[in-house]
Write a protein that binds this ligand. Structure first.
Ligand code: GLC
Length: 745
């Protein structure tokens, strides 16, 4: 529809119709099997208000949504189509690794390709918008939603956010199989006090701007169509009521022109936050702050009209918000094609097709991180008996906490993956060994609560069967992990350990078979000290998704060498959290004051360093690095320096290495991180092969918020690190020269 026609439509609409465009509910009002992802509040929406709503979330299915669309447009005074939105986070029906696992691939372009596949499957099932990518910087493993992030690094999160937006949206969201993306959760939701979900976030403006906002900016620059206001308060102002954040920063500074949507019921929750006396005040605050769509409350539907009639809210602001929603529908082509790609035939053709499953299998294998390997891996396909033991040996829920449209029956279990590769053989044994949860432990996912009620006798039997299988085998693979619902939304944990039952299993199995490897299913970094005490090898597989078992079998038997690198540090203990590589030196760095000196920035009882740092990961071969060389030792602001290394595969397996570039500003007007990731490149090398890897470094990479909050670089010395993790000491230095008069001119 042309802009003039859109403007005419808006002008013809009643105030009720305009407000209706700002209301989003689940399709529970139309049908009963919608997915509810938040507290299902009772909403008093009149029939009239219901007929005016602008969008629906949580429902899918080509046939169903076409019916809902047809009925709605029939009733609507101007026949305005609905938007259908949903949480397509790491795949729609073909499920990919959780985003934290995708972060471990260090392959944002791959994640963009996965997003395109997810968009195609979601689009043929009738969805127009996904509430993804989540670009929250995640440095606190207690917070369950780290599983939905791509980790602790500013630069890396930005790369993933932009590639995923491009993957979902393509060049034009009206194109076939494209859907609109929604960047979330704006802003800084990943830094809740005490790691407790929904809690207040206290950040200096410098930290907010330097670390937490850049990834959202990358999504905005990539053309992301929507942004979601976050549940948290930022420096004691709830994001949902924060005009500085949603208007001055997001729109005026960052250039966002799309639709701002609240998070689930977040407008009503302003009352619980203690900034609104009642729903009317909550509606006013949210609308004034710049929230366009009210997700899952009746605040706008019931209060906006009165607020406008009283002059508390401006009518032209309502027009502007309604127009943003109409423009989104128009960009999707919904006025001409209200069903867009919804089609039962293509739904059958594309969903879970072999090409999508192949992509899921390859992506999962790339997400796995080998943290320890003292000889157990890789396994041999012939000539050694192996016992696959543990609650995840045959567990089918391996797609994580945020795959709400997935059906676990489509997932490949570890046992099935092994059988697909080796067949079922005498010398390949399986035993459950333990439950995921301890007696009485409960977790709840969106649909149901899970409580482990297995009796002590039954647990004893599981354990003895497992020990018997372990004792009879050459090697053991123990498939252990968190419950999928122990991470994700509203899943903060104060302890980052495996259940007692699983640790008991590990101790008993390793006591009868030293050749024990652990395959770890988890949605977050865990404290693995005890696991690594008993296991010779540890492979983190996160939650791998639909092709879980096949991908794990590929890596365990070296058909694919592990290549993942940690997107988040694994703490030595939960007491270190939040722990991240790009920390600050302090005035008394422990490294300088020495372990024996009292007066250093360190703990009395544990080391400062995490158990495994950001960027770390092993493989079945070894890589050597030449010293870093720089093309020059001095650069002016308009010049660039090239940092190069030669990487060689000195081992016996062909494998992929992720070469990482970090830069440290040795001295500046404010304290600077001990190093920060500025680039990474992957190289695949056969045994004996070598490759030269180079990075271009320019002045723009050196900028930061200086003492005056100006985003600028400062002349002086910089140290360049290039290596296989954030702990590499392979470095060289260059000088950024001060701006001279002629250059300034
Ligand atoms: C949830 C989440 C958000 C999600 C929304 C819709 O509470 O915070 O990430 O997109 O509700 O399901």
């Amino acid at each position: 529809m042309k802009k003039e026609a859109l403007e005419k439509l808006l002008a013809d609409m009643s105030i009720d119709e305009k407000i209706g465009q700002l209301v989003q509910i689940t399709a529970q009002f139309y049908e009963d099997d919608t997915v509810v992802t938040g507290p299902a509040s009772k909403m008093a929406l009149s029939e009239a208000a219901l007929s005016m709503i602008g969008s629906v979330l949580g429902s899918t299915g080509a046939g169903k949504l076409k019916k809902i669309q047809e009925a709605h447009m029939e009733k609507h005074p101007h026949h305005i189509p609905l938007l259908f939105m949903g949480d397509v986070i790491n795949g729609f029906k073909t499920i990919f690794p959780i985003p934290l696992g995708q972060g471990a691939s260090f392959d944002p372009v791959l994640s963009g390709q996965l997003a395109s596949i997810a968009a195609k499957e979601a689009a043929v099932s009738g969805l127009h918008v996904t509430f993804s990518p989540m670009a929250d910087l995640a440095r606190d493993a207690r917070w369950g939603r780290v599983m939905e992030s791509t980790g602790e690094d500013v630069y890396m999160n930005g790369r993933f956010a932009e590639e995923m937006v491009k993957g979902y949206q393509g060049k034009n969201i009206a194109d076939p199989y494209r859907i609109a993306a929604c960047i979330k959760h704006f802003a800084a939701y990943g830094a809740p006090t005490a790691g407790r979900d929904y809690n207040n976030v206290e950040l200096s403006e410098r930290t907010l701007r330097e670390d937490y906002l850049p990834a959202y900016q990358k999504a905005v620059d990539a053309g992301c169509a929507l942004a979601m206001a976050s549940f948290n308060s930022l420096n004691r102002i709830p994001s949902t009521a924060n005009r500085w954040l949603l208007h001055d920063v997001l729109r005026a500074e960052m250039g966002f022109k799309g639709v701002v949507i609240s998070d689930w019921a977040a407008i009503e929750e302003l009352i619980c936050h203690g900034v609104a006396e009642n729903t009317k005040e909550a509606a006013r605050l949210a609308f004034e702050a710049g929230v366009d769509i009210d997700m899952m409350t009746a605040a706008y539907a019931s209060q906006l009209k009165a607020l406008i009639e009283e002059g508390a809210v401006r009518a032209d602001a309502l027009d502007a918000a309604a127009m943003r929603v109409l423009e989104l529908k128009n960009k999707l082509g919904l006025f001409e094609h209200p069903y867009k790609d919804a089609d039962e035939a293509t739904e059958k053709q594309y969903i879970l097709c072999s090409a999508h499953r192949k992509a899921a299998r390859e992506a999962a294998a790339k997400s796995f991180v080998l943290l320890k390997n003292e000889g157990v891996l890789p396994l041999k396909k012939q000539g050694e008996s192996i016992a696959f033991i543990g609650p995840y040996a045959e567990e089918r829920w391996v797609h994580g906490a945020w795959s709400i449209f997935a059906d676990e029956k489509n997932n490949v279990t570890l046992k099935e993956g092994i059988a697909n590769k080796l067949g079922l053989r005498e010398d390949i044994r399986f035993a459950k060994g333990a439950e995921i949860l301890d007696e009485g432990q409960t977790v709840a996912d969106f649909a149901k609560s899970v409580v482990s009620e297995v009796s002590a006798e039954a647990r004893e039997k599981l354990l003895s069967e497992a020990v018997e299988a372990a004792a009879a085998s050459d090697k053991v693979v123990l498939a252990l992990g968190e419950h999928p619902a122990q991470s994700g939304e509203a899943a903060s944990r104060a302890e980052l350990t495996l259940s007692d039952g699983q640790m008991e299993l590990l101790r008993h199995v390793s006591a009868v078979n030293k050749n024990t490897a652990v395959v770890l299913f988890t949605g977050r970094p865990l404290d693995l000290r005890a696991v690594e005490k008993y296991a010779k090898s540890v492979l983190v597989v996160w939650f791998p998704g639909t092709e879980s078992g096949n991908a794990i079998a590929d890596v365990l038997f070296a058909d694919v060498c592990p290549s993942g690198r940690l997107p988040m540090s694994f703490p030595y203990a939960v007491g270190q959290v939040p722990v991240f590589y790009s920390e600050f030196s302090t005035g008394r760095p422990a490294a300088l004051t020495g372990e024996d000196s009292r007066f250093g920035s360190k703990y009395l009882d544990i080391p400062n360093k995490p158990l495994h740092p950001f960027g770390f990961g092993l493989t079945y071969t070894q890589f050597s690095y030449s010293p870093v060389t720089l093309s020059r030792t001095h650069i002016a602001a308009h010049e660039r320096v090239t940092a190069s290394v030669t990487v060689e595969n000195t081992g016996g397996f062909a494998a992929e290495e992720t070469v990482q570039l970090y830069i440290k500003d040795d001295c500046a007007g404010v304290i600077r991180p001990v190093r920060a990731l500025k680039g990474f490149k992957k190289v695949f090398l056969k045994p004996g092969e070598r490759a030269c890897v180079s990075f271009e470094i320019g002045e723009a990479m050196l900028r930061f918020y200086n003492i005056n909050m100006e985003y600028k670089s400062e002349p002086g010395a910089f140290t360049v690190f290039v290596g296989g993790s954030s702990e590499t000491q392979n470095c060289a230095r260059f000088m950024l020269e001060p701006e001279t008069e002629e250059v300034m001119r």
